[in-house]
Ligand binder design. Structure first.
Ligand SMILES: [Zn+2]
Length: 261
């Protein structure tokens, strides 16, 4: 069984054929999916998808791109929404100094509320980090010292130093279809070093379709392509890769129920 640890299925891209998309994922062996909330204002549509399908879960949070939407977000609000049985993680949140769609102050304030909510609930923090390696590593070290919380760096594209410092703090990592891109040699070299028991895979659909689907709409069934390239990179069998990444997902997201194969 495979898990797609990061999907965005509530968007208009799947309005017409969501049933078929989910059916293709099941046929490809994707037993569990985590539908990610990128704005608290969109939490309801995200949750509706999780409630509609078995073994589909949801997160609650506001992406750094959208931090300007509610910079004064309270951890208590996230904690309340996270009590729904289908909500298994806090985020996506983090820092993005590449696009800077939100100001740095708003991003930090937003991120802090999510960290506090993860620490309080024990639900894993789903972190997005782009062009913010040093700031992210510094903040994670400071916050973990105040009190630990489970966390994941999703769609990992950071450098070697962030990978090492985050791994030392016990974080999990998720790799996306970027791993299959021709020009991703640097990422593949880093991925080789990531902790073997704290590694999962995702599509981040509808974006970032893996090769040979690059440029098209992505969907959860394609997560098997990420598994293939990860297997090759790590020297694992396909079955071993599926088992390891699935085990890692359920170890971190312990509120999710593992389907009986
Ligand atoms: Zn992201």
């Amino acid at each position: 069984m495979l898990v797609d640890s990061h999907v965005n299925l509530h968007g208009e891209q799947y309005e017409d054929d969501l049933e078929e998309v989910v059916a293709r994922a099941r046929a490809a062996g994707v037993g569990t999916m985590l539908n990610i909330c990128c704005k608290v204002s969109e939490f309801t549509p995200v949750l509706v998808i999780a409630e509609r399908f078995e073994n589909m879960y949801a997160s609650v949070g506001t992406h750094p791109h959208e931090a300007h939407e509610n910079p004064d977000i309270k951890s208590s609000e996230l904690i309340t929404l996270s009590q729904h049985p289908k909500v298994i993680g806090i985020g996506e949140t983090g820092l993005d100094f590449h696009y800077n769609y939100s100001g740095r102050d708003d991003q930090y304030a937003n991120f802090q509320a999510h960290i506090d909510a993860a620490r309080e609930t024990g639900l894993p923090l789903i972190i997005h980090s782009r062009n913010a390696d040093v700031e992210m590593a510094d903040l994670l070290e400071t916050e973990m010292a105040k009190g630990e919380f489970p966390a994941l760096l999703h769609c990992y594209t950071g450098g070697e130093e962030l990978a090492r410092r985050a791994a030392d703090l016990g974080l999990y990592f998720s790799l996306s279809g970027i791993l299959t891109f021709k020009k991703a040699d640097e990422l593949r070299a880093i991925a080789k070093q990531l902790p073997e028991d704290r590694l999962m895979i995702e599509t981040d659909c509808p974006y970032l379709a893996p090769m040979p689907y690059r440029g098209r709409r992505n969907e959860p069934a394609y997560v098997s392509r990420v598994a293939e390239d990860l297997a090759q990179l790590k020297g694992w069998s396909i079955e071993d890769t599926h088992n390891r990444t699935t085990d890692a997902f359920f170890r971190l997201f312990s509120k999710a129920k593992r389907p009986i194969a």
